[in-house]
Design a protein around this ligand. Structure first.
Ligand SMILES: [Zn+2]
Ligand SMILES: [Zn+2]
Length: 112
């Protein structure tokens, strides 16, 4: 079974709120929870990141590859306007790419 590849925020007594990965190694710990095949992050890590006090961390989820609509919908309700706005933008993009793939591939008004 594959394991979660996510960094997981953890309590660090030295300062609040936790810094981003790379800025402080003690605020984050690699997670090794088992996850389903094709999933990179376990539900625990996702929950911790979605409720992370640093809006930059929540915002980073929006731009992540493989972000799901559920995550975007949730972040569109974010207390921080910039995060909510970015999530809404990503939702619109996801929406339009979905309509594009369902396009039958011809234009009924084209002169043939
Ligand atoms: Zn720290
Ligand atoms: Zn995890």
């Amino acid at each position: 079974m594959p394991s979660c590849k996510s960094w997981r925020p953890k309590d660090h007594a030295k300062h609040q709120p936790p810094l981003k990965p790379g800025e402080c190694r003690s605020c984050w710990t690699p997670c090794r929870n088992p996850v389903d095949r094709g999933t990179v992050r376990c539900a625990d890590c996702l929950e911790l990141l979605l409720s992370h006090p640093d809006s930059a961390v929540r915002r980073a989820l929006i731009n992540e590859e493989g972000v799901t609509l559920d995550i975007l919908i949730r972040l569109a309700q974010d207390d921080e306007y910039a995060v909510a706005l970015a999530a809404e933008g990503a939702l619109e993009l996801a929406d339009s790419s979905e309509t594009n793939t369902q396009d039958p591939g011809f234009d009924p008004w084209a002169d043939r």
